[in-house]
Ligand binder design. Sequence first.
Ligand code: G3H
Length: 482
Amino acid sequence: LVGGKLIPWQGETSEVYSTISSTATYKPTLLGTIPTLGETEALSALDAACEAYNKGQGLWPTMKVENRIACMENFVTQMKTKRDEIVKLLMWEIGKNLADSQKEFDRTVEYIYDTIEDYKQMDRDSAKFEKHSGVNAHIRRGPLGVVLCLGPYNYPLNETFALLIPAIMMGNTTIFKPAKHGVLLITPLLEAFKTSFPKGVVNIIYGRGRTVAAPIMQSGKVDVLALIGNSKSANALQNQHPKSNRLRLVLGLEAKNPAIVLPDADLDLAIEECIAGSTAFNGQRCTALKVLYVHDSVVEEFNKRFSAKVDALKFGNPWEEGAQLTPLPEPEKPAYIQGLIDDATQKGAQIINTKGGETTENYIFPAVLYPVSKTMRVFKEEQFGPVIPIVPFSDIDEPLDDMAASNYGQQVSLFGKDVKTLAPLIDTLVNLVCRVNLNSSCQRGPDVYPFTGRKDSAVSTLSVHDALRSFSIRTFVASKDN
Ligand code: G3H
């Protein structure tokens, strides 16, 4: 979709496979093909976005608020008719189970409606005039320009739209490259994008990052890089920009969220939340619990009950009733996870659950590793998959020191009861991460809450409310009383 046209493509294409087999003997399933664009096509998408923005004077950035909202409402109305198709593609392309695929779709629709409401409120607020020291100001929020938007494979609809929708709503124009896994599920929406927004506001491109995204950045014409994914890709793209210091960044990156289980924690609750936090969508969430610190005094009991519950999780294809663990969309992931397990076991950890590490062609059963120590790769790397390291501790300074030394700072889960212990601990933890989850696992939602991180975990803040601000700038018209 470039400049309001769906361009028929006769050039090179790439095949999109699911790691889920549709035959009795294992064989990845061919789901479809996508165009593999070259630099010329990528740059024409950029030109279309620049023209639609037209240095701020384009139809879209200057459009009346109610008209822009009408475009967005038209889009979401059309989108809702594609629910079944998109949910099915979520299951096949990324292996997300039925309930979570439906949730991803519904959450995205809700996100769009909430964005519209917040945007209306923002407009009402900015219609108010302020006056200080004899200077009147009419403050309003304006767009930033042209946004290059790239989303992740684990939420190819929801997180991508958590960037794209607020960027568009604020009057920016966009070039959007869908995630490698989860690319086909954008196809049912192409017509809706085309008919809902003026030409050039949303341009959708396909292809290899270095062929299509790199030249767009090298042009120097991108004002905002919006990416949820890894910092390696974000840095590489940022560095392509000839004036990267003037590039606005909206980034959601890696995290290594810990759980800290204190001696007086309600173990049933802690175990239940740690299971959900570490195994939902096979651990492929930036908000997943990726290391569990459990106090020495309860670690034996915790390990016994936790590992039994992990073993009881049901593996199945995404549409199967009750499937909690599902195939991994990245063919290379099982070998990577196995590498982490091997490294940890060679350095003294054990797999403490019976099924841990059992593999099929497209899956590896979550391995609970104990005791994990600092020299192990799984202690440091963001595993983003089914392996759960447990670290015993005797003094609370141990996890706190590790968190302070970590390159990441998104969230933490804290399990305990005694308010006198918890209160000062929370005061410390909020200065190390951006969300402290008390007796509950880490998560992004509800989407009205700020979603961000310290250090290498994020730049800028997302949420229904914050994202509109991240993709805009406060401007004002000033006048004096005279
Ligand atoms: O992958 C990172 C996502 O932001 C996780 O979102 O906590 O709603 O699953 P979630």
